[in-house]
Ligand binder design. Structure first.
Ligand code: UGA
Length: 356
């Protein structure tokens, strides 16, 4: 599909930036929409690239930006767990209400919608409810998250962390219904912890607030403080490097026949670790990259002290990627230690610890 025009809503963000660069290198035209252009400023003179600065809530400018585009990649979303419990209405607004005009504009203008949802729609795993040593918990079938067969297990209302996943779920269901009842052409991506250069921000360096885990750990390493392990760091995640993830996304754009009307897990099932293990990997990478030892180690923090009331965690997220493998011929390749090292190296450049 090289030569087609792709509108990236949230094109200045972590994923949007990497996706836009890859699409440009493959001969696509990219129309990037965001309020913030700091990640993509160097692309301003690049042939085929256009940046439009506005808030996606501006429906007039949104419709104009989508006009003439073949595909709309919808990445604009508030997706940081520290905000789900503190700015719950904004979280629901950003992840549901504000996406409705995007769907309508794509349908009216005949653009394909490539919507970015989240692995968090699965919530907690069935296995997570079983005792630690039970055979039910050990059975991978009760852990692996599959697009068509896994249940979606969110927590109770007062656990406000789940408001994000609930909003994302309802939006997925709205998109599916728009396709079936009104002819919208769609594909849904469920990202499983994409990491890489430019993810989130370092508090006090290029942003404010509480970012996701990689940036929290990088920030602690740079400040020479212990890495905070929420509830002991037992939660598990799989991490996929952004270059692998973008490869899957470009294949979805390239192959509408395989991707239309489908939801895809995008993650690296072999790159799993608990957060204590991630901290160890990051400390090792920091020592290798800087050539100096790191003494402070880790510290345990209580989730509700760290995030405030209403937080509850996903226990484990291992994607079943059979569908992406089979229909897109996609295979994630970058192992976890390498992905962690590349990501940390970029943070060290941003903070001036290493040359940028
Ligand atoms: C978040 C979003 O909610 C998802 O929508 C998104 O898909 C996902 O990131 C992603 O990056 O793909 P989550 O994995 O919970 O989900 O985000 P993090 O804030 O990175 O937390 C990961 C784990 O690290 C959690 O168990 C958290 O409690 C822990 N953590 C976080 C620490 O132990 N220390 C910290 O300093 C920060």
């Amino acid at each position: 599909m090289g030569g087609a025009t792709i509108c990236i809503l949230g094109g200045g963000g972590f994923i949007g930036n990497h996706l836009g660069r890859r699409l440009l290198s493959e001969g696509y035209r990219v129309r990037s929409v965001d309020r913030d252009d700091h990640r993509v400023r160097d692309l301003s003179d690049r042939a085929g690239f256009e940046f439009r600065r506005f808030d996606v809530r501006d429906e007039g400018r949104l419709a104009a930006a989508i006009h003439g585009c073949d595909v709309v990649a919808h990445l604009s979303s508030l997706c940081n767990p520290s905000l789900y419990t503190t700015r719950t209405l904004d979280t629901i607004g950003s992840n549901y209400t504000q996406a409705l005009p995007v769907i309508a504009a794509c349908r009216e203008q005949g653009a394909r919608l490539l919507h970015f949802s989240t692995c968090e729609v699965y919530g907690r795993t069935l296995a997570g409810f079983a005792p630690d040593d039970s055979s039910f918990r050990q059975d991978p079938a009760n852990t692996l998250l599959s697009e068509e067969s896994s249940p979606m297990l969110l927590g109770p209302l007062h656990r406000t962390r789940w408001s994000y996943a609930a909003a994302k779920q309802l939006l997925e269901r709205t998109i599916e219904a728009e396709g079936r009842e009104r002819g919208l052409s769609w594909t849904i991506v469920r990202p499983f912890n994409f990491i890489g250069p430019g993810m989130d921000f370092l508090p006090g360096v290029d942003g404010e607030g509480l970012p996701r885990v990689m940036a929290c750990f990088a920030s602690a390493l740079i400040r020479g403080e212990p890495l905070p392990l929420v509830d002991g760091g037992r939660a598990r995640r799989t991490f996929v490097h952004i270059d692998d993830a973008v490869d899957a996304i470009v294949r979805m754009i390239d192959r509408p026949g395989a991707s239309a009307g489908r939801v895809f897990n995008v993650g690296h099932p072999e790159n799993e670790c608990d957060m204590a293990g991630l901290a160890r990997l990051m400390i090792r990478a920091f020592e290798e990259l800087t050539g100096r030892g790191f003494g402070p180690g880790v510290k345990e923090v209580v989730a509700e002290d760290f995030y405030g009331p209403g937080y509850e965690d996903c226990d484990r997220r291992v994607p079943d990627i059979t569908r992406a493998r089979t229909l897109l011929g996609w295979e994630p390749r970058i192992p976890l230690p390498e992905a962690v090292k590349r990501t940390l190296s970029a943070y060290l450049g941003t903070a001036g610890v290493l040359p940028a």
